[in-house]
Design a protein. Sequence first.
Lengths: 403, 403
Amino acid sequence: MGGAIQEIENIVKGWRFSRNALELKSSIIREILKDSSKPGVINFGGGLPAPDLFPLEKIKEACINVIDKYGTQALQYSLTSGTKQMLSLITSRLKQQDIDISAECIQVTAGAQQALDILGRVFLDPKSVVLTETPTYLGALQAFSFYGVKFISVKTDDEGIIPEDVENKMKEYKPRFIYVVSNFQNPTGRTISLKRREKLVELSRKYGCPVIDDNPYGEVRFTGKHVPSLKTIGKECVIQLGTFSKLISPGLRIGWIASEPNVQKIIERMKQACDLHTNTFTQFVISEFASAGHLEPHIELIKKVYGIRRNFMIKMLKEYFGDDVSWTEPEGGLFLWLKLPKTINATELLPKAIKAGVAYVPGKFFFSEKPDDSTLRLNFCNATEENIREGVKRLAKVIASAN
Amino acid sequence: MGGAIQEIENIVKGWRFSRNALELKSSIIREILKDSSKPGVINFGGGLPAPDLFPLEKIKEACINVIDKYGTQALQYSLTSGTKQMLSLITSRLKQQDIDISAECIQVTAGAQQALDILGRVFLDPKSVVLTETPTYLGALQAFSFYGVKFISVKTDDEGIIPEDVENKMKEYKPRFIYVVSNFQNPTGRTISLKRREKLVELSRKYGCPVIDDNPYGEVRFTGKHVPSLKTIGKECVIQLGTFSKLISPGLRIGWIASEPNVQKIIERMKQACDLHTNTFTQFVISEFASAGHLEPHIELIKKVYGIRRNFMIKMLKEYFGDDVSWTEPEGGLFLWLKLPKTINATELLPKAIKAGVAYVPGKFFFSEKPDDSTLRLNFCNATEENIREGVKRLAKVIASAN
């Protein structure tokens, strides 16, 4: 029983909370990261996209046009699935990505995090099994945990999940779904190869196990060749999640779920019980921003700038780290993943790193089963070259002195 | 097992859904109301505030100022509990209402509907008992239903819940909480009297049963005397919900939960798993609208206009209805409640009413136990005088011909 609960019971005698509330533990990752935003600390820890690229003036213009063009409609309650304009924006963009889909397949959500929670509602009961990659996205673990599930993690290598292990675990555990981040994964930056995608779809069909492909970064590729998406390959057996958080702004909170019409009927009802519908106004603002032609050039800009920062961080890692540290070289997204010598514990090292003026997220929080604590995640998109150089230098020094 | 599920299983063999998904029934109220928005139908059915009062130009101005003043901060991820400006707006407004509360007690939500869902997460397990008024708000029944609860409804009269019945049911069922809409209730328009509020707080303390007071309309009082709020009277034993949906615009999706610091710690963690945080941008826009001094005059305008429409609807009811139909005369809010002769079934009557050009919500959907189907809800805030006259006339005719 957590501390918070005991304190409450001293205040309000007799209140009884849900099993989930009673099982809440204090958030270790929050405790650990609370000093990372101190002045002077170069923070590679956050999951934030680069605010210096937010298209402020164009968003302002879109707000004005939305009020002038759509008036009260933009401020009223709206349909649970999404506004007409937003559904049409999403389907037309997915079509450009070879995903042939109609508006009846789409649910607009308050960012991709809400999409995860809603899919939990649709698929999960206590003790249901969820397959995840090793490691996997921390926010998904948090969202699905609420439903009292058991996580089973699937072995991975540089090409992503290993099909033999997926098959063994689908057979043994009969999971409700397999959750993957197929492109430039959070936390590792890895992308699942085409061959593995095809195999995953085959296994999904064979075992009746849906694939949930969380795809917040898929369009932020700055090098290498596009890999056909799981939804393009797998169609009805893949549920794809998307968001404008990394393409425009996370504060506008617009994401979506792309499934099939009959699955969407259930998703829509769950969404309605959660919060009726997604923010009408910011759906209109993003649609307007896109229909004014600002979206595609803005994505090009993001790709260019993030690509430069990623290249520079890799250059610095090569310059300051020895052979005993290795890292991924992602072709897109926001993150890369470091492997330290086995003797170094990244969680224990963090306070020293913060003292030395650099922060990261210890890798262990991204594991649903046995954690590898000699790993860590770095966000390369959100710092100047000067800070990347200085931050990597500090990190290298802290690691060297711990070794 | 619902129709939707069977169809899915024909498409994607082997997918297994949550117990909740399997138990979804098609939404009867949606089916029933789907013709109510046809051209020519005067719709008293919706729960919508009047869009003709939305402060379009002032919202536009607020958007511009938010971007100019706060820049990237207004488009970035923000804290789970809420933005500093929004928390401060909420606490200062609550203080004006004699609720002395700090920012650590507040959770900003995507409208009051999400507040209901989050409180479900905090308090409810399968088979938990929830006490409700008779009748009660439909959206709360939907939100809490997800948690597999048992609803027990408490007897009411014109002064609201009847304390003796509350006490009996708190004793017998040990409910996780009692849910009330204390001011200008949806659907009846009734307000709980001061004496009953004091008694409810006393019982809440005696039986350790939290009071959830859903208060979307409390500030929209156009006649009669202010009644001190349950939160003012009950302090730590009352959780109050509020929203800007009825005060400014529902499409901006900003509501809140006011509890106590230690309860808020749990609420915040639940919110984080749902969707990380509420829309940053529209939190800023509403704060800016308020700090520019637009909020209080706007609420005065709403009260004035809604008051006129309510008076006019009551005048029309008196003019067109016979003695066998009675109604509530709410001192605020959006809704009033009609009682028809016992022989008339309001659900069966609705298709005829829609054919005659008027729509309402049958009362039975607002009952958590035995429904009274000779009742119905009318929204008086959202129609012109001409439409109120014509709509009431049509309704009276349909009812007379059914009697």
